[in-house]
Design a protein around this ligand. Structure first.
Ligand code: BG6
Length: 463
């Protein structure tokens, strides 16, 4: 199907995601001239359209960078609201009527995955799935078995090219920029392999806690919440082979490299929980859910055999940043004695809070006899994402462009990788707020290396 979507329907319209991400994205889309179709919210809140519009306004005030009056006016003119239970066929009959002549609706499931099946069924029974596309919000299942079941359920009512599994990391400017750099240059490819690279580290750190999402987090934990999806997508973008072109080949290569990632075992993982997590609202007093996870993974491919990929993600860490460090091997000889040592070459991709692509290199110190120092060559630095990930992905889905969405096989591979380390496969170690997780995480690093400390780059925050 090539036709662009002609109506946007979002389920979970009164929920958290809509409030924090969807309304702000809609305002941006309008400001950029990208939204001109009816937007229908569906929820069971007993609201009317006026209350729904008031919610949109409050969302823009709090999360949309403030209200843009013309954009809000236009958004309010596009908004419609259907109040009803997702289990009640009448809700979908009403939705079909509200859709009017729209022939290619885009249905966004911003609801818990346990409801995906029922909503997909309701859409099919009311014919709302005809000519339609569907966006499934993460988490896509909670383990391999449930992800497979979800895939089977959705594919009963929608074809794969109409299903858009969202992972907002793929919509980030920084992630697309990383992919672009890898495959729009010749200099990386000759060294992008086990012969030159000694290790890869990915850190997704947040300096805040669960922010009132205790109940959700108890069901998720760091592995399900971000490691299984966001950080594995980063691994895929870093490690994939060159695609034959844009579009589906990008998804082919991401899925292929994930299929070569070795399934994790308990020996590859360290879990942590920040002090005080158990006192958060919605959290069990004896909770063993992890707020930090670190893993060491291997890709059994010709390119990556023997190169450890270290991933860590956590809440209440010293800073908020997402950063990738690709470290190269040392030169074979230290020609200039100890002074040629220093830090090996590396590529640093900082994905947030700002976008930086830096090459770590060693140069001679001016004046001193053959003594060196480490410097960074900054290839790219831009402080602010122009288009938020959700806006970009909503636009892509409305156009039927799926290259930055997860495909069925890819989500199943990601769950296959983490399946054995879910739950209480390993103990959870406490850590103090503001630390880089529990000290046990250091043991994952092979040899004399350590986790890269991104803190010193924190002052880039405002650059
Ligand atoms: C979400 C997780 O998917 O990603 C959150 O549920 C996390 O727990 C968020 O905070 C991080 O996204 P970003 O874009 O702020 O890095």
């Amino acid at each position: 199907m090539n036709e662009p979507s002609d109506a946007l329907v979002f389920f979970g319209a009164t929920g958290d995601l809509a409030y924090k991400k969807i309304f702000p994205s809609l305002q941006s889309m309008i400001r950029h001239g990208h939204l001109d179709m009816p937007v229908i919210g569906v929820a069971k809140a007993g609201w009317d359209l006026a209350q729904f519009k008031a919610r949109a306004k409050a969302s823009l005030q709090e999360h949309g960078g403030g209200i843009n009056a013309p954009a809000l006016k236009k958004l309010c003119a596009l908004l419609q609201y259907v109040d009803g239970d997702y289990l009640d066929p009448a809700t979908f009959t009403q939705l079909r009527q509200t859709l009017g002549g729209a022939a290619h609706p885009l249905h966004y499931l911003a609801i818990p995955p346990s409801l995906f099946g029922k909503v997909a069924e309701g859409l099919a029974q009311s014919q709302c799935n005809k000519g339609a596309r569907i966006i499934a919000e993460k988490p896509f299942g909670r383990d391999l078995k449930s992800a497979r079941k979800l895939n089977a359920t959705l594919s009963r009512y929608f074809s794969e090219d109409a299903i858009f599994r969202i992972d907002h990391y793929l919509g980030k400017e920084a992630v697309q920029s990383l992919l672009y750099s890898r495959f729009a240059n010749t200099i990386w490819e000759p060294v992008w392999n086990r012969n030159y690279i000694s290790s890869v580290q990915i850190t997704m750190a947040e300096d805040f806690g669960v922010q009132g999402r205790g109940t959700f987090y108890e069901e998720a934990g760091a592995i399900r919440d971000v490691l299984e999806n966001h950080t594995l997508q980063l691994v895929a973008c870093l490690a994939m082979e060159a695609p034959a072109g844009e579009g589906e080949p990008l998804r082919d290569e991401r899925a292929k490299v994930l299929s070569m990632v070795r399934t994790l075992t308990p020996a590859d993982v360290v879990r942590g929980q920040f002090d005080g997590y158990r006192n958060e609202p919605g959290v069990a007093k004896q909770s063993n859910v992890e707020t930090f996870a670190a893993v060491r993974l291997w890709i059994d491919s010709w390119r990556w055999a023997g190169v450890p990929f270290y991933l860590r993600a956590g809440k209440c860490l010293p800073i908020s940043c997402t950063e990738i460090l690709v470290e190269f091997k040392n030169p074979p000889q230290q020609v200039f004695g100890r002074s040629s040592g220093g830090h090996p070459n590396y590529v640093r991709f900082r994905l947030s809070p700002q976008v930086v692509l830096a090459l770590g290199t060693r140069v001679k110190k001016v004046g001193e006899p053959m003594a060196g120092t480490d410097v960074e060559l900054i290839a790219q630095r831009h402080p602010k994402d122009e288009m938020e990930a959700y806006e970009r992905l909503l636009l892509d889905a409305a156009r039927g462009a799926s290259e930055f969405f997860a495909r069925e096989d890819q989500v199943e591979q990601a769950w296959r990788i983490v399946d054995p380390i879910l739950g209480n496969a390993v103990p959870v170690h406490p850590y103090a707020r503001g630390m880089w997780g529990p000290k046990e995480a250091a043991k994952l690093i092979i040899g004399e290396g350590t986790w890269h400390d991104s803190s010193h780059e924190a002052n880039e925050k405002n650059s």
